[in-house]
Design a protein around this ligand. Structure first.
Ligand SMILES: NC(=O)C1=CN([C@@H]2O[C@H](COP(=O)(O)OP(=O)(O)OC[C@H]3O[C@@H](n4cnc5c(N)ncnc54)[C@H](OP(=O)(O)O)[C@@H]3O)[C@@H](O)[C@H]2O)C=CC1
Ligand SMILES: CC1=C(/C=C/C(C)=C/C=C/C(C)=C/C=O)C(C)(C)CCC1
Length: 317
């Protein structure tokens, strides 16, 4: 149970990656300011979190089951929280989807929206009324740079994050009237199981319905560039957890919070030209005309951001 003065933080999707790391980082806060309710849809996957939490497990960190795709699971989980009192809700659970749209069934696309979009809506609908009554609270959403700008062959994942951006940008205004803050975290590539799961799915894919040229552009042009980008600018879940902690500890948290300085110029293209021409043409050229040049640029970037220099270039601290 939370001590008086401790903030109750509920996080979704804590079995791995960013969610796990945020849960552990907050539970290990030196001043013990947080009572962390780490949730996951399958408690059989709890070992990694329990091990990382160490002696905070059962003290500043407790576990509850929660599947963001189920109305019943969400309701039951929130009803199990003392007085349904949550100070900070961190919507982290999410799934990726990669590949030519022709090869992806509508069912698979719906699953992505069910998790990444309706999952967040479901959580906010359940938690927000109590926050409104108390005239306090902070809702954090793990969005993505792909919630701000489309990336080729990530069409459906991008769309699900855009949907959430639109929903939250609209909600933020109303929530402000109730003294509830809403913050989006916008990571670029992060080394987690998200990346591994997507690569495994891609390896299994047979691309039914996609023509040979499209499959070639995906496998031989997009995938190698994407791997380069992950290698050159990928952050760690620790980086994202530190940024998220900073956001929840800020006295005036920003609505949008990019976590990766290296990715900022890519997102800025969209805002530099409202017709969209600059970003669409630049991405086209980067991918199809300057692929080898991009590989070299990314290799140089990777070298410049290796651990000895990283501290000087990016600081999630
Ligand atoms: N990695 C990256 O490059 C980036 C990731 N993000 C976002 O960060 C968030 C976390 O992803 P990341 O840590 O990288 O990936 P992981 O795959 O490591 O973690 C995703 C988590 O979401 C959980 N999850 C999936 N579906 C549900 C569900 N229906 N109910 C509850 N939990 C669920 C997974 O649980 P289970 O183990 O049961 O599947 C897992 O705990 C996502 O929203 C993602 O979109 C944003 C930008 C970049
Ligand atoms: C290939 C390619 C790109 C790829 C970007 C990638 C691969 C971003 C990954 C972001 C992730 C994984 C977000 C998760 O939410 C750019 C830079 C747009 C430039 C054009 C070519």
């Amino acid at each position: 149970m939370a001590n008086s003065g401790q903030k109750v933080v509920l996080i979704t999707g804590c079995s791995s990656g960013i969610g796990l790391r945020i849960a552990v980082t907050l539970a290990k806060d030196e001043k013990k300011r947080y009572h962390v309710i780490a949730t996951m849809r399958d408690l059989k996957k709890k070992d990694k979190l329990v091990e990382a939490a160490g002696d905070t497990y059962g003290k500043t960190l407790v576990l509850l089951p929660l599947d963001v795709c189920s109305d019943e699971s969400v309701k039951q989980c929130i009803n199990n929280v003392k007085d349904r009192h949550i100070d900070i809700l961190i919507n982290n659970a999410g799934v990726g989807l990669l590949g030519p749209v022709e090869s992806i069934s509508i069912e698979e696309m719906k699953r992505v929206f069910e998790t990444n979009f309706f999952g967040v809506v479901r959580m906010i609908k359940e938690v927000m009324p109590d926050m409104k009554k108390r005239r306090s609270g902070h809702i954090v959403v793990m969005s993505s740079v792909m919630g701000l700008q489309g990336v080729v062959f990530n069409d459906v994942y991008t769309a699900s994050k855009f949907a959430m951006e639109g929903f939250c940008e609209s909600m933020a205004v109303q929530l402000m009237k109730f003294n509830i803050r809403l913050s989006m975290i916008e990571p670029g590539p992060v080394h987690t199981e998200f990346e591994t799961k997507m690569m495994e799915d891609v390896a299994k894919m047979e691309y039914p319905g996609a023509d040979a040229d499209t499959v070639r552009y995906f496998k031989d042009v997009y995938l190698p560039s994407s791997i380069d980008i992950f290698e050159a600018m990928g952050q760690t879940p620790e980086d994202i957890a530190k940024c998220t902690k900073k956001v929840i500890e800020s006295s005036s948290p920003r609505f949008r919070n990019l976590t990766n300085n290296l990715y900022t110029p890519i997102v800025a293209l969209k805002y530099a030209d409202e017709t969209g021409g600059l970003s669409v043409n630049t991405f086209y050229n980067l991918l199809f005309n300057f692929g080898p040049l991009m590989h070299i640029t990314m290799s140089i970037l990777k070298c410049l951001t290796c651990s000895c220099l990283r501290r000087r270039t990016i600081s999630p601290n």
